[in-house]
Design a protein. Structure first.
Length: 143
């Protein structure tokens, strides 16, 4: 009887390590708020605001897609940036958050137009992968 209980206990522990991250809400690790990008002039890096809570340790790959509004009014992919980070509670965003920091680039030369930013974080929690997506407001880059 003890042998059976030990085996069942071991299987339960394995299940919890592999399946629990799939059933817990992603906010258990990462709660992402709204992304707001301010209007800017060409040559400036638009300032941003973003609120997030990092509630647990995880690694994430991120993709930032910068979309530009075309003449039809629809948005098309203008540029894409990729990277990865180790996230831990207590990590903070810079006080002077801007789009250059967001995409991990020293400069971004945006031609005048209307833009928005799509951001995808692909969280790796144990053997589970969870996605978080956010789309910013529309913002304008002026000459």
């Amino acid at each position: 009887m003890r042998w059976t209980a030990s085996i069942l206990g071991a299987w339960a522990a394995i299940w919890m390590l592999t399946e629990l991250p799939r059933v817990l809400p992603v906010a258990w690790w990462f709660a992402a708020g709204e992304i707001h990008v301010e209007d800017a002039r060409r040559g400036e890096c638009p300032r941003m605001t973003f609120a997030r809570d990092i509630n647990g340790d995880f690694h994430a790959n991120w993709t930032v897609t910068l979309l530009r509004q075309g003449s039809s009014g629809a948005f098309y992919t203008y540029r894409t940036f990729r990277g990865s980070n180790d996230y831990r509670p207590g990590n903070a965003l810079p006080d002077d958050l801007d789009l250059c920091w967001w995409v991990w680039s020293d400069t971004i030369d945006l031609i005048p137009g209307i833009y928005r930013v799509n951001t995808l974080w692909r969280l790796h929690v144990g053997v589970t992968v969870r996605d978080v997506r956010r789309t910013s407001n529309q913002f304008e880059v002026r000459p």
